[in-house]
Design a protein around this ligand. Sequence first.
Ligand SMILES: [Zn+2]
Ligand SMILES: [Zn+2]
Length: 554
Amino acid sequence: MENFSITALVSKLCPLDISEFPLETDLDLPYQRSITIDVIRTRSNTLTPEEKTLLEQLLTFYCKTEMVSYKQGMNEILAPFLLLNRQNIPLHVCYICFKNFVAKFIPTLFVDDSFKPLNGLFIITKLILKYHLPDISTCFNNNEITPDIYMTTWYVTMFSSKIKDLNLLYIFWQNLIESDDILYISYFGIALLDLFKQEIRKRESLNLPNVFKKICIENFETLQTVLRNTEKIKANTPLTAEIILKKYNMFCLESTDAFVEALKGFICLLILPKEIITQTYPHNMVCNCSDPKTCKIKKLNYILIDCRPNTEHKQGYFLNSFLLSKSTRKNEEKLLNYPKSFVSYTKNTHIALMGSNSEEEEGSVVQRLFNSFIQHEFPYVSIVDGGYPACHRFVMQHNLEIKSHKTLNCLACGMSEKTIVESTLNKFFLVGGMHEKPVDKIVIDPIDSEKIFRCSLDETQSIEDNSLGLIVTSSQLIVYNILRSKPKTVYEISKLKKISSHRNKDDVLYFNFSGDQTKQVFILKPTEVKEFLMKIRKSYQKFKHTDRLEKSNS
Ligand SMILES: [Zn+2]
Ligand SMILES: [Zn+2]
């Protein structure tokens, strides 16, 4: 925080040597009047009449050049950037900073006239809130406080309306930019609610909206506390839960509705088998990283509660897991009081619930037990996605021990790979998007003599965990399932638009294909990246060449 400087903030959003360009425009939008009115109300004690004129001009310029209609919130975000002009930052740089800031954190929020991405952000933030502050989450539910009442300004103004002091706001924005994390805004908002927790819990529901108005950051100490708490919340969010939430990119407008529908089915944060199995089994047997102390996936302390019926426990269970007894499963009262036996665990223990079904249905034991924990105001409770079958699959892949495993009767052993994958989130991750295109109608190039580059399609799975490889032919890039000796997905190299690699990791490649909105991620062996890219380039150039020939012939 001490490192804050205006130049540092600006340099993260805009190259300082960017050449000047004209920002003049006629104030003649059909709804110009609403911009004028909003400008009058924006930071009215701070902005001079000249600055207000500039603010209206820049807002109009933005709407015209970005081809979006004006929306409330833009003014609150732009004004602080405009005021950087007082600190000798050229006006066109102030403008670019605003534009890039919006593009980075709320890219399509102002594009969509109904603020569609907000609904998704609300659900995501509510899930995180429930994980960290179950008492506040329950209080909101009981008082019918919906997220739009208190969360809208978080995203639409990027907290500009909650942090009136400009220097404090700049510090927050700098932290946000440095976090490079789209969930940071949610964590910050939750940290702010946490600070006003007593106040919120004390109030009657009718008074709550007034409390929200009062929740602001007015001095440096408060900001410091909230920023520290933001870091704590981030540190205490399961890595794989974050990965899952980030897959639902609400700013991808084509998918927003589907994502919102999918997330409505979540009663809490889900974690992936890898995260919990890394906890219950010795680290070196599960994880490839060298040091468990710095291991990202092992950062939290977990207990695993196995909620399957007793008969299923008898066919096998995991090391270090708590088995829910038959009598607790059957008795509502016992199930409700079960969490009490975990009170002695420190506040830093995370609890993962695992059921026998991949998809937990409404009213299942897992869901009811989850609700019991929330009633007892336990933070840090999640459900393992895919339940026992998915964890079982993970354990088997790593040759780990399953206690008293009776493979003949074990239900999970009897399940086909396909059933497990189709009933978990994996279906979503493995295809790299919601809509997998059918493979069978495409004619696939001969691949027998081609090299297979081992790969992973997902940051949570190491290359070794996968049986996937990439094959490059003269016209196609094929994702190949080595175990089944079958192509999984086929991409036409002629449709390749762009290849980029991860900022810090050369072995993580992103492929954009035309007609496909999402970026395809391929993680390769670092030693093979170069060879792989050479091969792609060769095929691509050949295609460019024939493409040109065909064009000149016609
Ligand atoms: Zn590790
Ligand atoms: Zn089994």
